[in-house]
Write a new protein. Sequence first.
Length: 193
Amino acid sequence: MLFTEETPNPEALKYVTNRLLYRGVAEFREKDLAAEWSPFANSLMELPYVKNVHINNNFVTILKEFNYEWSDVMLTLKAFIKDYLEKDGAIIREGFAEFMEAQIAASNEAQFSGEDGDIARRVKELIDMYVKPAVEGDGGNIEFKAYDKGTVHVIMQGSCSGCPSSTVTLKSGIEGMLKRMIPEVKEVVQEMA
């Protein structure tokens, strides 16, 4: 079974299946990363209208190139994904989770030490507990990147990447909640991965 769901981002569409594709989050913005780690994402990115592939548990969110219309590519993509899954094609190669954990650990090592380490840890916990589930429901993902002198840096992925409403979500939703719960937080900004 495979069905589509709209996302708040007009350039992104969520394809939901009744099977686990990958336990966790896998984002492919660059063809090189997809070629190395995900035969599925790599195959999708061979299509001229696929810009970004975001895999999360039982769904894949596709960001399309701006010069294509969903009405022209949605059903073709659905058939492509369905065929790929029916043939039991590989989704993510072994070792990807460990590769990503190593990347994250290297960037987080400094984040959770020093005088702001406790604040950074609390911010990350709040994002993971309250924000991430809501964002995943819209076909996206949010990752804590850094905390620096009152500013929280996050990375928006999947349908949230480049979404026109992500600024509103960041400022009135996420920033407002974090400011109420952690007074040291002054603002939340989005960074590119």
